[in-house]
Design a binder for this molecule. Structure first.
Ligand SMILES: Cc1cc2nc3c(=O)[nH]c(=O)nc-3n(C[C@H](O)[C@H](O)[C@H](O)COP(=O)(O)O)c2cc1C
Length: 190
């Protein structure tokens, strides 16, 4: 299986730590996994020019998203990971979702139905509050473009990394994290 991870934190933090751990687990299953860090991509804001893309079935912007489109078509499954900002995804991830509307415009839901997706969000609030963001990405974004959502999970961080790369695997707020990640990998690669 060819799994594509899209990571939507503007920093190298907890979301990236989870992406890295998932990559290790996916590779153990002899599947491939590329991690795309949105913070390193040059992706223009969706200009909302539907009078162009609705008819031409292409986005008029020529940027890194265009390169990502090919990878999205080739992938068998996806992991979407981002922080929770005010129960919404950060701007770079929101923009990624907006740019993905081209798939909906093209009617790709039919071929995307075969592709599985796992959504993971991290934040400092309660799981219940973070889950609002997670569910929006899973139910409103993934399902609209036709993806089969196999997991929508939320985990708690301490926010300030204080020089560390992450705390999500070290704090005691996520007792099921590793077990959940293994289940997600089984679901995506099985
Ligand atoms: C602009 C901003 C808004 C945030 N709002 C929330 C929030 O409403 N709820 C929450 O749980 N965490 C909130 N956070 C905390 C982040 O979700 C938390 O630090 C998370 O670990 C960031 O993910 P990362 O480590 O992958 O960057 C906010 C952080 C920022 C920078």
């Amino acid at each position: 299986m060819n799994i594509l991870t899209i990571c939507g934190s503007p920093r190298r933090g907890n979301s990236e730590a989870i992406a890295d751990k998932l990559q290790e687990l996916i590779q153990q299953k002899k599947s491939s996994n590329e991690i795309i860090l949105l913070r390193k991509q040059n992706i223009g804001f969706c200009q909302g020019c539907v009078e162009y893309c609705n008819y031409k079935k292409v986005c008029r912007q020529d940027d890194d998203f265009k390169r990502m489109e090919k990878k999205i078509y080739k992938a068998d499954g996806f992991v979407f990971i981002c922080p929770n900002y005010f129960q919404m995804p950060p701007a770079i991830f929101k923009n990624f979702m907006d740019r993905c509307s081209i798939f909906y415009t093209r009617g790709d839901e039919i071929q995307f139905k075969k592709k599985k997706a796992a959504v993971i969000c991290v934040g400092t609030d309660s799981v219940k509050r973070i889950q609002v963001c997670t569910d929006n990405v899973a139910n409103l974004f993934c399902k609209t473009i036709g993806l089969q959502v196999i997991a929508a999970k939320s985990y708690r961080s301490n926010s300030e990394l204080k020089g560390k790369y992450n705390d999500i695997f070290e704090n005691d707020k996520n007792p099921t994290l590793l077990k959940d990640l293994r289940m997600i990998v089984d679901g995506l690669t099985g």
